[in-house]
Design a protein around this ligand. Structure first.
Ligand SMILES: C[S@@+](CC[C@H](N)C(=O)[O-])C[C@H]1O[C@@H](n2cnc3c(N)ncnc32)[C@H](O)[C@@H]1O
Length: 319
């Protein structure tokens, strides 16, 4: 059974988040070189391509074969565009293979998942649906969420729920998972949703109780934070002096990683008293561009998915 929906007629549309801000912050040069590490449905990549001249280049990546199939259809015949299936954690290899180190004008990472993945991929990303609990961005590699959930030790499940879901009741939910899976494996999103709802002591007004568990399981299944940690230095290494790194995060765990990385590469750490020259030796590789940006009220009203977006920008300094 395939969990990859590549039929564009039956999938939910994806609206790009903070498109105007992204295009402005990438400061696109017609003859420039750009990388979109999270193609999705091309909501950002296609407008970038439209702004490029004949000498411009665009590499798009995505882990999801359905996104890559879309990219090949939309960009395949354009000589300025290249499509690579894979994780942005391997961005450095893609850049090296093309000899692009230190030449790229802009890298965009629009993190998380797309509307078609959530609404119509059939992979169990949404607790609102009853689907096989797969949750892989790339169903062709790694372990499905249900394989891990049905075999991981209780303490490990608790840790993942606490760390990646910031779930206060991680212990209760992990205990319920281990109890339930003794009867039958937890194989679909509906069963997990009901199990979590039954394990939590109270209801929240504005959030389904399973929100945090589903987030945690998705992050764990795709090693999302590890991939992001690998991508940020690779993107920095790809940029030319003056090139821009633009990252949109959708939850605090991602945003914290981005914020800390950008700070560490741009601001000198406080020098220890015994090493007063350590500060002088610090050579920043990036310059922060403005503060974190949030979507405007009109965008959030139009596209509620944008609600939690935070966009950060940095510019590469001379090596
Ligand atoms: C929010 S969507 C991007 C939407 C896109 N900017 C658009 O407007 O159409 C995130 C995309 O990133 C992909 N993705 C998530 N983690 C990834 C990773 N580590 N490497 C490559 N792609 C990834 C997902 O498969 C998804 O298609």
């Amino acid at each position: 059974m395939s969990f990859v929906n590549v039929d564009p007629r039956s999938e939910a549309a994806h609206e790009p988040v903070m498109l105007g801000e992204v295009l402005q912050q990438l400061a696109i040069r017609a003859e420039g070189t750009y990388i979109d590490g999270t193609y999705g449905r091309g909501g950002h990549a296609l407008p970038v391509l439209q702004r490029l001249g004949t000498g411009g280049r665009l590499l798009v990546m995505d882990r999801d074969p359905a996104a890559i199939a879309h990219a090949r259809r939309a960009l395949g015949s354009d000589p300025r565009a290249a499509v690579a299936h894979g994780s942005f954690g391997a961005l450095g290899e893609q850049v090296e293979r093309r000899g692009w180190q230190g030449t790229v004008d802009g890298v965009l990472l629009d993190l998380g998942l797309s509307t078609p993945q959530l609404e119509s991929s059939g992979r169990g990303f949404s607790f609102r649906r009853d689907e096989p609990l797969d949750m892989r961005f790339d169903p062709g590699s790694g372990r499905a969420a249900q394989d891990w959930l049905n075999s991981a030790p209780q303490q490990e499940i608790e840790r993942v729920l606490r760390e990646y879901g910031e779930e206060r009741f991680a212990r209760r939910v992990a205990a319920a998972v281990v109890r339930e899976r003794q009867h039958a494996p937890i194989a679909d999103s509906g069963r997990l949703r009901e199990l979590v709802a039954g394990a939590l002591p109270s209801r929240e007004r504005d959030k389904h109780p399973a929100t945090r568990t589903f987030q945690a399981l998705r992050i764990q299944t795709n090693d999302e934070l590890g991939e992001l940690r690998r991508a940020l230095p690779a993107a920095t290494g790809a940029l030319r002096t003056g090139g821009r790194l633009v990252v949109i995060s959708f939850h605090s765990l991602e945003d914290r990683i981005v914020k800390r990385y950008l700070r560490a590469e741009s601001l000198a750490p406080p020098a220890p008293v015994e090493l007063p020259h350590a500060r002088a030796a610090f050579r920043p590789r990036l310059r922060l561009v403005g503060r974190a940006l949030k979507p405007g009220a009109a965008e959030v009203a139009r596209n509620p998915r944008a609600r939690s977006a935070v966009l950060r920008v940095a510019e590469r300094l001379a090596a």
